[in-house]
Every structure is written in structure tokens, then in C-alpha cells.
Design a protein around this ligand. Structure first.
Ligand SMILES: [Zn+2]
Length: 332
């Protein structure tokens, strides 16, 4: 009975294996429109082994076990298991087909769906923590405190947690001193096998603006968030050599931040792209997190609380382990 069960189990598993190999091998169908390369949604479905694609109105949903990706026709955001990403180009159509820019497939969808296959992501033992601003540059300021101060508090809490787990931790600053963006990058690039996390809190002229967001370097040919495309956007920066690792790191940490801050009703503004100096010059997988808006009265109070500061630090800490697990699962 046991043997028959095992044989049956083997046949089922083998069939699943063959089907997953077949679906993994399906090629992406590309097309060029006005000099820009696109990939059809239906080939994304088969290439990544999604079992279902449902279209209703403007919504396009791809599903497979444990993964749900949501797109909107003409829309510039996509959701993976509820986590928001800002796309380089809106989802378009060509005839009856939905199309996604090749950059979004290569630089976002692929590394998110296959984090364990990121070609050049190295294992790491050093975390460079960069508390933004400091000294003569206070960053955002409200009546409760300065961004430079909050960034340092979160950075120190995170550092303590990581050191207790045996990581080597480098702080670009560990006091209220001023460092240029170049100096921060120079500190980080002195260490091999590192990842880089810059910690910030946001501010806006609109006091209603709220929520967390995470930035990674814009891939070549992709504008920084909220900016038009410039000719310099086509020049690769040091950070672009880690494009895939950058988005995988952002996904791991931002995902954890979203889960950890949900109880505080802090909205998710998503994973975004920018060409910030600290992300451009860096030779390690790097992200910049914004843990909430100091210009919003209720988030200002949260950010002032030691409890919320440690929520952000804990989320980053746990996200680092999530990223490491994704890298460690390579080849398995
Ligand atoms: Zn800042």
C-alpha cells in the first residue's frame, strides 16, 4: 500500500516537474513599438508558469500557486501579492494583446519572480547602514524633531540587532555629523560583500501625504520617480550592475515594512525608482527607505515614538533575512 502510494506520489511529482520545466522554457514574445521593446502579457504568463490570466475591464490578473500579479491596462503600477511597484512604462496594448515594457520584465518582474536566480548577487556578511542627513543638514524638520535624529535612532536600533546576529555592521555616521552623499558612498564602497540601506523619513508640502516607500536605482532608460526622461538616464551608473539584486532587496525589505506597519494604518506607497546619488555610485545592492511622513500630523507622532522607530528597524532587520534566504535558496 505504502509502495503504491509512493509510486503514485512519484508520478504526480514527476508530472508536475515536467510541466514546470515546459512552462519555464516558454519563450517571452517580444515586439518593438516606436523603438521600444515590449513583451506580451500572455508570454509572461507562460514563461513564468502562471496557471491563469483573467481580464475584467481594465484589470489583468496572473495567478499561480501563492503568487498573484495584478496589472491595469494603461496603468503605471503593478501589485505582486498586494505589494505595490511603480512600473517604468504603463501597461499597453497591441491589437488584442496586453504588453509590458521589456525593462519592467527584465528589471522587475524577472528578479522578483526568480530571486534565487539573480545572476550577480553575492552572499553578504556586511550591512552598511546609512542614517540620512546629519549635522548642518537636519533633513525634514517638524515641531517634534528632526529627520536626521530619527534616521540615526532607527539606524542604531537596526545596527544593534544585526550585530547581535553576528553581522558586520558599518554605520556611515553614528553621531549628528554632516556627510556628503559622495562620502557616504565612499564609506560603503570600502567594504566587500555588503548591502547598503539608507534610512530616511519623508516630508511633503501637502500635510495629507502619508505612507512608507522604498527606492532603488532606476535602471538604464528609466526616469526617476516623478521626473521626465532625460538623456543622462541612458547612462549606466555603478549601482546599475546590481539592478536585479536591488529590486530583490527592495522587495524583501519593503514587503516586511508593509506587513509591520499595517497595524499602524500607514499606507503603502510602493517600491519606486530614483537616481539618488547614494544609490547611483554604490557597488552593492542598495535601497533607500522612507519610513513615513513627518509632515503628516498622525505619522509625525508615530515617528516620534520609540515603538514605531523600532517597528521600522525590526522590519528592515527581518527583510534582510528574507533577502538572504532568497539568495541562499539558489540552486535548490
Ligand atoms: Zn531624507
Amino acid at each position: 500500500m505504502d509502495q503504491r502510494f509512493n509510486a503514485l506520489k512519484f508520478i504526480v511529482l514527476f508530472t508536475v516537474f515536467i510541466f514546470s520545466m515546459m512552462s519555464a522554457q516558454a519563450a517571452l514574445e517580444t515586439m518593438t513599438i516606436s523603438g521600444k521593446k515590449y513583451v506580451t502579457m500572455r508570454s509572461i504568463k507562460s514563461h513564468y508558469g502562471f496557471s491563469k490570466m483573467s481580464v475584467s475591464g481594465k484589470s489583468i490578473v496572473l495567478r499561480k500557486a501563492k503568487i498573484k500579479m495584478e496589472f491595469t491596462r494603461g496603468g503605471s503600477t503593478c501589485y505582486m501579492n498586494g505589494l505595490k511597484y511603480v512600473l517604468a512604462k504603463p501597461v499597453g496594448t497591441s491589437g488584442a494583446r496586453f504588453i509590458v515594457s521589456h525593462t519592467d520584465v527584465a528589471k522587475m518582474i524577472d528578479p522578483i519572480l526568480k530571486p534565487s536566480f539573480i545572476p550577480n548577487a553575492k552572499s553578504f556578511n556586511t550591512i552598511v547602514i546609512d542614517p540620512g542627513h546629519g549635522g548642518k543638514d537636519a533633513g525634514a524638520v517638524n515641531r517634534l524633531g528632526t529627520e536626521a535624529g530619527y534616521n540615526l535612532k532607527v539606524g542604531r536600533t537596526l545596527a544593534a540587532g544585526l550585530r547581535a546576529k553576528g553581522f558586520k555592521v558599518v554605520m556611515t555616521r553614528d553621531s549628528n555629523v554632516y556627510l556628503s552623499l559622495k562620502q557616504r558612498v565612499a564609506v560603503a564602497n570600502r567594504y566587500p560583500n555588503a548591502i547598503f540601506i539608507s534610512i530616511h523619513f519623508n516630508a511633503s508640502s501637502r500635510s495629507s501625504a502619508r505612507g512608507i516607500e522604498t527606492f532603488t536605482l532606476s535602471p538604464v532608460g528609466v526616469a526617476g520617480y516623478g521626473r521626465g526622461l532625460k538623456s543622462s538616464d541612458y547612462r549606466a551608473r555603478s549601482g546599475n550592475f546590481q539592478d536585479s539584486a536591488n529590486i530583490a532587496l527592495a522587495t524583501a525589505i519593503h514587503g516586511r515594512m508593509k506587513e509591520r506597519t499595517e497595524g499602524y494604518k500607514v499606507p503603502d506607497r510602493g517600491v519606486k525608482r530614483a537616481r539618488f546619488s547614494v544609490l547611483s555610485g554604490i557597488k552593492h545592492p542598495a535601497i533607500l527607505i522612507e519610513g513615513g511622513f513627518m509632515s503628516n500630523p498622525s505619522e509625525a507622532r508615530l515617528i516620534e515614538s520609540t515603538k514605531y522607530q523600532s517597528v521600522i528597524a525590526t522590519a528592515v532587520y527581518e527583510g534582510i533575512f528574507r533577502y538572504r534566504n532568497a539568495l541562499n535558496s539558489r540552486g535548490k
